[in-house]
Design a protein around this ligand. Structure first.
Ligand SMILES: O=P(O)(O)O[C@H]1O[C@H](CO)[C@@H](O)[C@H]1O
Ligand SMILES: Nc1nc2[nH]cnc2c(=O)[nH]1
Length: 321
């Protein structure tokens, strides 16, 4: 009997039932029931190889999923145990510059919600703008500037399905303050405080790296580092009430001098990712243990979303208030 054709990302029209379809197909194929998710940035996917009792699914084998096309993004969803906690890891993410609609780059985030995840750790490789940052520093994201979003490319564009969240989403406190405090404490305990930073991430669409003048402009706007991801995932996560911790690895200095001979290079980004992989893995692994211990339970039930969504944002009240 011929197998039915896989439903591809081109068939995806954002119906709630399609997300359910994806989640069900995964839950049928793994006994793991994760409460935490990790999105691994460029060169940071080694974390997923540490999971015990793994069940790994190539993105090609998941209904409606986009596929990874960027070097340094393996393209697998891996379920398993990290430090005794059941997690699901995206070993590679989707980027807008790969040609996917913004809302398709974030499909996995809503799937996480349906899988029972309450907290997402979003990681990325980023270029440092803050002159105090060094290559190899780890930056906790306290906020973002979403350039594509400001230009009209927001993943929540289009009709709003209230089963996910409200029409208008507050992004105040999107990067959970308590989780950042926990991360600082964990980093100190692991002896990583010397390389730990905190700051603002700016997303540009890519795939070009920014010009020197753009970099200078973003620095003057208060940005500490730059990348081509993360903001859409965080928006969708907050929309459906997931708690978010964002971590940038500073893989290069963004050139801010017109006469400089330096230039950014993706292969160099991946090398720094490899060099810092062990420290990041220690940090995330310990954080996951502590989050599971201290924050168990859903951040916000989807059904908590009120009808009057101009007033209620349906999110965990401790964020952004
Ligand atoms: O954000 P992640 O996926 O970590 O990757 C970053 O690294 C790549 C550029 O080197 C871009 O994709 C940028 O977004
Ligand atoms: N935009 C941007 N993305 C990156 N990802 C890793 N490094 C960089 C960088 O310097 N700029």
């Amino acid at each position: 009997m011929p197998q039915p054709a896989r439903k591809t990302v081109d068939d995806f029209t954002h119906e709630y039932e399609q997300y359910e379809d994806i989640a069900e197909s995964l839950l049928k194929r793994t006994h793991h029931r994760p409460s935490l998710a990790v999105i691994c940035g460029s060169g940071l996917g080694g974390l997923a190889d540490l999971l015990e009792n793994p069940d790994a699914f190539n993105y090609e084998d998941i209904p409606y999923f986009p596929t990874s096309t960027v070097h340094g993004h393996v393209g697998r969803l891996v379920f398993g145990l990290l430090n005794g906690v059941t997690v699901v890891c995206m070993q590679g993410r989707f980027h807008f510059y790969e040609g996917y609609d913004m809302s398709k780059t974030t499909i996995p985030v809503r799937v996480f919600k349906l899988l029972g995840v309450h907290t997402v750790i979003v990681t990325n490789a980023a270029g440092g703008l803050n002159p105090e940052f060094k290559i190899g520093d780890i930056m906790l994201i306290k906020d973002h500037i979403n350039m594509p979003g400001l230009a009209g490319n927001n993943p929540l564009m289009g009709q709003n399905d209230r089963r996910w969240g409200p029409r208008f989403v507050s992004l105040c406190g999107a990067y959970d303050r308590d989780l950042r405090e926990l991360a600082r404490n964990v980093a100190t305990n692991l002896g990583l405080d010397e390389i730990l930073r905190e700051g603002v991430y700016t997303m540009v669409s890519g795939p070009c790296f920014e010009t020197v003048s753009e970099a200078k402009a973003f620095r003057s706007l208060g940005s500490d580092c730059m990348g081509m991801s993360t903001a859409p995932e965080v928006i969708v996560a907050r929309h459906c009430g997931l708690r978010v911790l964002g971590i940038s690895l500073i893989t290069n200095n963004v050139v801010q001098e017109h006469d400089s001979d330096d230039f950014p290079d993706h292969e160099a980004v991946l090398i720094v990712g490899k060099q810092r992989a062990h420290d990041l893995q220690r940090l995330i692994s310990e954080l996951i243990f502590r989050i599971a211990d201290e924050y168990e339970g859903p951040a916000t039930a989807v059904s908590d979303v009120k009808d009057d969504d101009d007033v209620h944002n349906g999110h965990n009240g401790k964020n952004g208030h």
